[in-house]
Design a protein around this ligand. Structure first.
Ligand SMILES: Cc1cc2nc3c(=O)[nH]c(=O)nc-3n(C[C@H](O)[C@H](O)[C@H](O)COP(=O)(O)O)c2cc1C
Length: 176
């Protein structure tokens, strides 16, 4: 994650275009399309071979990423609303779809993420949800914070009697 100050400025790109990246098994970026490069404010060489957490925004709850890795390792697709930090401290919200890529023997050899700008009207809902999840991380080291955040979110889904992808995709569908 970058340590640049945050401007609080919410930016966007052409809603018709998609922000694409590919990573290796550890989340190191091995491909970034021009839309991703432009919106991130980094140049391609600053993004390649660097972990995707280079654009992690502190508003993102740790539990969401733990959930993502868990799903990807099971070869499940993953959807998420993500706020990312640009090099200059601005940020942008996206609706992301992450899947695995396979070699010719059908072994997972990396991951692929395609993102669209997130519908404006979902921002207050998702911001409030992530604030609630992040509150469970307060005062804990990274490992404990990730667990607390993840456990809270899993319980939240259970209480609402819904699985994660259905929850996220329903929110997305209802907003477009
Ligand atoms: C295909 C793929 C795309 C990812 N995209 C993002 C992203 O857009 N923003 C982000 O913060 N992390 C993204 N990640 C997750 C990061 O690799 C990392 O797990 C996350 O930022 C949490 O980092 P941290 O535990 O070091 O704080 C992505 C991972 C994969 C595999």
């Amino acid at each position: 994650m970058t340590s640049v100050f945050l401007t609080g400025k919410d930016i966007s790109c052409d809603p018709q275009r998609v922000i694409v990246s590919k990573t290796d098994l550890r989340g190191n970026i091995i491909y970034a399309n021009d839309v991703f490069i432009n919106i991130s404010g980094y140049c391609e060489s600053e993004l390649l071979n660097v972990n995707h957490n280079i654009i992690r925004h502190p508003l993102m709850a740790r539990g969401i990423f733990r959930f993502m890795w868990e799903q990807l390792k099971k070869d499940n697709e993953f959807f998420a609303f993500v706020v990312n930090q640009c090099k200059n401290g601005d940020h942008y919200w996206v609706f992301a779809h992450v899947t695995s890529t396979k070699d010719i023997h059908d072994n997972i050899n990396g991951y692929y993420s395609v993102r669209r700008m997130m519908p404006e009207k979902l921002k207050p809902t998702i911001t409030a949800l992530y604030e609630k999840i992040r509150a469970t991380e307060n005062g804990l080291d990274k490992k404990r914070a990730t667990k607390a955040s993840y456990d809270f979110f899993v319980q939240y889904l259970k209480n609402n009697n819904i699985d994660y992808n259905a929850y996220i995709c329903n929110l997305y569908r209802a907003s477009i």
